[in-house]
Structures are given as C-alpha cells and as structure tokens.
Design a protein around this ligand. Structure first.
Ligand SMILES: *Cc1c(COP(=O)(O)O)cnc(C)c1O
Length: 458
C-alpha cells in the first residue's frame, strides 16, 4: 500500500526525547505501571488520545493573534456562527469550552428525569451527562460491531430494528432523546452510514423523539461515507456533511477532534428558537457569556478556521490513509488488530497476541506497558483493566475485547513514526510468549484506570 505524503510541510518543530531502557523501566515503576502517571516529557511517541493533541496550522496561529478578547460581541463568535451555518446548515451555534460542556448545557433541556436515552454508543462523558440530567442511557449498536475479524463498512451504525422495537414497547413518552455518535468512538472509531442516519431519523419522526448528533468526528465519518456508501461516491465532503446534519435537530461537538483545536466545543441547533433560548440561558451560568462560551476570543478564531481545515478532502484522505497504512503494515507483520481500522485510531487485539495472559491479569495493559518499555510509545488499555469491577459483587468484569488503542494525533506524526511503531510491535510479537500480566495493588472506587497502581506478576 502506498503512503499518502503529508499534505503539509513543517515550519515549527517540537523536539521529543527517547529515554534509555533503564530510565524507561524506572519511570514505569515510579508510575506504578499506569501510563496516565507518566510525564509527557518521558514519552517518545504519544498515542494516548487524539483529543486536543493535534497541531494547529499557520493560519490558525495567525487567527489566534487576531483574536478579539471583548467580553461581549467578540468577532470570533460571529465567525463561528458563519462557519456553522455554512458547513452544517444550522441556524445557531453556541461555543463552549469542550464537548462535555456542550452535553452539560444541552441535555437538561432535552431529557426529562426517568426517560431513556438511546445511542448507537454513548461516549463515557455523554453517558455521565445523560445520567446527571436524570436520563437512563442505553446503547443499541449494530451487532456487526462486535465481530472484530470481519470487515463491515459501517460498524458504528445504530441497530434500527432494536430501536424500533424498543420505542414500540416503551412508548415515545418514556424515550427522551436519540443520540447518534459519529464516528462511533467507543465501537473503535467506526463510521455510521447516511442510510442508517436516515433510518434512525425516520423512526425518531414516527415516534416524535428528538434526535441529535454527537459529532466529534463528523469529518472522518463523511470521508468513510464517500468511500463506502455507493450513493455518495461522487458527492463532495461538504454535501455529505450537510446531508448528515440535515437529519438531526441539534448536535454537540468536541472541537478537540475533527475541528483540530487544542480546546473548544460546540452546540448546534438546526431550527428551533425555543431550544436556542434554553441553551443560551444555561450557557451563562455554566460557561460564561454566550459570545465567548468558556473560550478566549483567540480560541474562537482558531476554531472557526479549524472547522474548514478539518473538512478538506486532501486532509481527510491523508488522515484516514495514515490509519489504513498502519493497518496494512500491521497485517503484513502478523500483528492482530480490529478490522477495519477506525478513523482516529488502530485497536490492537491483545487477546489474540497474548492468549496466555488471562483477562484478570490485563493483557491489553500488558501490551500497553510493553510498548512503553520497548519503544517509549504511550498507548492505552481499552479492555478489562479499563472496564473495572462489578459494582454489585466487587469482582473483576471480563471485557469482550482486550484492545490496546493507538490513537493518532492530527498533523503531528509522520510515516517514519508509524513505521517505528510497527517495528517495535514486531519485536514485541517475536517474544510475546514471554510477556507476563499485571495485578492491581491499589484502586479508587470509580474510573480506576486513570489512577490505579499495578505490579508485574512474575
Ligand atoms: C471527546 C468526545 C466527547 C467529549 O468531549 P471533550 O471535549 O473531551 O469534553 C464526547 N463525545 C465523543 C464522541 C467524543 O469523542
């Protein structure tokens, strides 16, 4: 497979440093074998997340200098409004400081306490804000999503048969909201088709339920649609985005993903003045006055520019091309991963690579730690270590998947970095049978994977 060269050239660099093997061993021990406790300065290639870790362009930095820091009526606010009107076709945009703030501000206006909220898969902060608004989150992802070995073009889709059944059973009043996550982050960055979005919309209309998009990776989703959904093979990315958003009533967005800013978020409302008023009313106490919404004026400029840069076809072709290149090289090297690759990450299948390590000794965490030891690479566990214990029994839950996620920051790493990652994994594979598991020595009651302490099991 031919690598698509970076559609940019470098004019500012940030040095990175490789520690020696003994230093890495020491750092990992000091970090209690938890990669969230490692300093970024001690990491050579950081694949922990693609959120807020992208590189801004010269144009975005120029925009930062032009930022208007007025408390009310800042220029950047109007640029964001114009960009949202043009790109998404929505009448109103509320900037906020990040995606979860959009959820906090919007959900109380859409969810009544006790109502069920249905998503193809809730992102973890989305799930938390549904619960904080009194809702009961429920995931209905297409059954194809759980088959990691076989290709399906749209593994992020909503299970529309189950959705219809649920609405018919429970009745429309008990369902507050439908949230379509594009791409489906928790299902591995897998895309959702327009056909599925339209089918979900039709069901929402039939039962009179509001439908919104959780649109952090809307541009990657549009790129996949162009490649994989025959109806759109000749459509522009712009038209695919318009068609996607036409089917929803509103959206929440973390701009730290496809809008390529280090901090920012948006709420979009298509055409609903009373909802706009509710959003403005809650923005003021939570985020600040509506024309800055928790951001500096310069951040609004960078966001307005990033929205356009993130939807350029050449950029998206390269971006998804990087994941596909990494996938192709891993395949050649016989390293198992979830197929097809996602739009923002490749998920290594640690269960297949390390079958001798049982789930309760955390194979994906073992692979994550080995990547740091061997190559100074920081990834993260998306498996039993992240899943945690059953709240009722306190017993370790067994995850369906043991993934080690390699999330690729936008415009940060080059082909050589990707080749290096494959080389490191190839070395690890050659002695995979000698790797051991890890046990937890301390853990907090919730979201333990961020802070838990571990030790190697010899
Ligand atoms: C990142 C993300 C969020 C939350 O956004 P933050 O900017 O991290 O607060 C919500 N939904 C999805 C799908 C995301 O990827």
């Amino acid at each position: 497979m031919r690598y698509i060269p970076e559609p940019y050239r470098i004019k500012m660099v940030e040095p990175i440093r490789m520690l020696t093997r003994p230093e890495r061993e020491k750092r990992l021990e000091e970090a209690r074998y938890n990669v969230f406790n490692i300093r970024s300065d001690d990491v050579y290639i950081d694949l922990l997340t693609d959120s807020g870790t992208g590189a801004m362009s010269d144009r975005q930095w120029a925009g930062m200098l032009m930022g208007d820091e007025a408390y009310a009526g800042a220029r950047g606010y109007f640029k964001v409004q114009d960009a949202v009107k043009e790109i998404f076709g929505y009448a109103f945009a509320q900037p906020v400081h990040q995606g979860r703030a959009a959820e906090q501000v919007l959900f109380p206006s859409l969810i009544k306490p006790g109502q069920v909220v249905i998503s193809n898969t809730h992102f973890d902060t989305t799930r938390a804000h549904v619960e904080l608004a009194g809702g009961r989150p429920m995931d209905l992802v297409s059954p194809e999503a759980t088959d990691t070995l076989h290709f399906a073009p749209f593994k992020g889709n909503m299970d529309v048969v189950a959705l219809e059944q649920l609405l018919a059973e429970k009745g429309a009043e008990s369902v507050g909201l439908i949230i379509m996550t594009i791409t489906n982050n928790s299902a591995g960055g897998q895309p959702v088709s327009i056909e599925n979005i339209r089918a979900t919309r039709a069901i929402a209309d039939r039962y009179g339920v509001t439908m919104i998009l959780d649109a952090a990776r809307f541009a990657e989703n549009a790129w996949f649609i162009k490649q994989r959904e025959p109806e759109f093979k000749d459509s522009s990315i712009r038209d695919i985005i318009l068609e996607t958003f036409r089917n929803a009533d509103a959206f929440t967005m973390s701009a730290k993903k496809d809008a390529i800013v280090n901090m920012g978020g948006l709420i979009g409302v298509r055409d609903n003045p009373s909802l706009v008023e509710k959003v403005k009313k809650l923005t003021v106490p939570y985020e600040g006055f509506i024309t800055y919404g928790g951001l500096a004026g310069r951040d609004l400029e960078a966001l307005a520019i990033g929205l356009y840069e993130g939807i350029e076809e050449n950029w998206l072709k390269f971006r998804v091309g990087q994941m596909e290149y990494l996938g192709a090289r891993l395949q050649e090297a016989g390293i198992p991963f979830q197929s097809p690759v996602g739009g923002h990450a490749v998920f290594l299948d640690a269960k297949a690579l390390l079958p001798h390590i049982p789930y309760n000794l955390f194979p994906a965490q073992a692979l994550t730690l080995e990547l740091y030891l061997e190559g100074g690479i920081r990834a993260c566990d998306i498996g039993s270590f992240m899943l945690g214990n059953d709240p009722a029994t306190g017993k370790q839950l067994e995850s369906t998947f043991e993934f080690c996620r390699l999330a690729i920051p936008r415009r940060v790493y080059t082909q050589a970095h990707l080749d290096y990652i494959v080389d490191v994994l190839t070395d690890i594979k050659a002695r995979a049978g000698t790797l051991g598991g890890y046990r937890i020595t301390w853990e907090p009651p919730v979201l333990r994977h961020f802070t838990a302490h571990l030790e190697p099991v010899c």
